[in-house]
Design a protein around this ligand. Structure first.
Ligand SMILES: [Zn+2]
Length: 364
């Protein structure tokens, strides 16, 4: 070890000393999503750089913060409590603000809402308060952009922010900017919803045609479900935020550690009978049948796949979850038609909207 390496090490220890001496433990007030901003990030067993390295995350991996201590963030990996250094993470909603200057060139002049009912917020992120809401078909003039969010004119004097992924570029001139409705008309504000993306990591789930793995179709679907639920005001808790394995018991335990209002496990089906097709919702306990029926009928009203109905099955993840819980099989990846449908972004958005509307109807 040369002199420079020793002084670098000394600096590192000094920095660690500072961190441990002056930072008091704090609880994360709310569940926050972070993205890894360094190329390789060590995942440790304890909130300390002396503790065991149990895994590594790479740049772009997303994780959910369950608590914060001494500058470390606790999340779950392989069903275990693990810790990563917070200074290598960027909070998900602040990412979009940093991108604002680079993306202004592609900002449309006017957009139309293509999602049933969305929030207009006071800032560019789901962490900002809803100031109003907008309905499918409403058009707005866009005055600025920050990452994935557009700043729009709500009326002649007020502005607000909407998620760009819930809009499309307007083709016709704006007819009506006063068509906004109060933000409390249809929302999930105050509800804790656990989204459980099935399988992951070493467990690929079902294998479909062309070797397509269930977990790889679940991943983009669940991110749309999460976005739609958050846009409806829900506090969304996710049992895994990347491609890694989580034990069924831990998925249930994550749900049981919150005042969870509903637990939704996302799956795709497969069968040796290649003609098997369609969407099925499963519940374990009879009390959850109503939740299943509300979500199944809402999904079926959005999508163009066969309705296989609501069925009872004692899936372990449902039995062990104390909140009302359902498991959704969102189409057969072993069926050529289903597979081409379920891989499309539009289908996954329809499913996400169906689940969101189904929950709104259920809680009403
Ligand atoms: Zn599955």
């Amino acid at each position: 070890m040369n002199h420079r390496a020793i002084s670098r090490l000394a600096f590192f220890f000094w920095l660690s000393f500072l961190l441990f001496t002056f930072l008091q433990p704090v609880q994360a007030s709310d569940l926050e999503t972070y993205e890894v901003s360094t190329s390789i990030l060590n995942v440790r067993s304890e909130p300390s750089s002396d503790s065991e390295i149990v895994a590594q995350f790479v740049q772009g991996n997303e994780l959910m913060a369950f608590q914060e201590k001494y500058g470390w963030i606790q999340t779950y990996y392989d069903g275990e409590e693990v810790w990563v250094a917070k200074h290598h993470l960027v909070q998900k909603d602040s990412l979009s603000t940093e991108n604002s200057t680079t993306e202004t060139s592609s900002t449309p002049n006017m957009v139309t809402i293509n999602s049933e009912s969305i929030f207009v917020r006071s800032g560019p992120g789901t962490n900002y308060d809803a100031v109003s809401s907008a309905l499918s078909g409403d058009s707005f003039d866009v005055i600025d952009r920050s990452g994935d969010w557009y700043q729009i004119m709500i009326n002649s004097s007020e502005t607000g922010w909407i998620a760009s992924w819930l809009t499309e570029q307007a083709t016709q001139p704006s007819q009506n900017n006063n068509n906004t409705v109060p933000s409390n008309s249809m929302n999930l504000e105050g509800y804790n919803i656990v989204v459980d993306p099935g399988h992951g990591g070493t467990d690929p789930g079902a294998i479909g045609l062309n070797g397509i793995q269930e977990k790889d179709v679940i991943q983009p679907t669940s991110s749309k479900v999460i976005d739609h639920l958050r846009d409806a005001g829900a506090n969304v808790i996710v049992t895994r935020s990347g491609d890694y394995f989580v034990f069924l018991d831990d998925r249930a335990r994550i749900s049981n550690s919150y005042y969870t209002d509903a637990f939704i496990s996302l799956h795709y089906d497969a069968s040796l009978n290649l003609s098997a097709s369609g969407v099925t919702t499963y519940f374990a306990e009879s009390g959850d049948k109503g939740l299943g029926e509300s979500i199944q009928s809402s999904i079926i009203s959005q999508v163009n796949l066969h309705d296989r109905g609501v069925r009872q099955a004692n899936y372990k993840v449902l039995v062990n979850t104390s909140a009302p819980s359902v498991l959704l099989e969102l189409g057969f990846i072993s069926n050529p038609h289903d597979l081409s449908v379920v891989q499309s972004e539009s289908y996954q958005n329809e499913v996400a909207q169906g689940i969101t509307n189904g929950l709104i109807n259920y809680f009403e």
